[in-house]
Design a protein around this ligand. Sequence first.
Ligand SMILES: [Cu+2]
Length: 156
Amino acid sequence: MNDKTRKELIWIAGVLVVLIGAAIGNVIYISMHNDNLAQNVDAHPTYPSNATIIRVDATQWSWAFIYANGTESVDTFNVTVGKPVVLVVTSIKGAEQFAVIHDLSIPKLDVQLYAIPGQNNSLSFTPTVVGSYYFECVEYCGLDHYEMRGMMNVVA
Ligand SMILES: [Cu+2]
């Protein structure tokens, strides 16, 4: 075995020791911090009983907001100031397109919710200031993704 070969073997052995050490350390770390994050998720959250429940159907490429009484508006919706709102968001098939993943974001309210085919994702918030709030899709969802935007109007 010449000198170069020996140096190379030492390098390979050294790298292997570091990598195996990191792998073992990682397994030990993960097993010590094995918190199941899903335990903290409430799959059946309860919302305020006086909340306005709005179903949100995302399609390529618009948002439909459907109120409990059946009325529907597209790319805009109204909520009442000081009253809790529950958005129940999903993604549905459009006229000719497939159902794809969208993501509803109302940036000024820190509201963001994925619209996923076959899932109903919901969250609750209470708007406290009258005004118009821009919302948009923040998951690239095809050609006219940029069209998926509108206004939420908080009215008195
Ligand atoms: Cu979208």
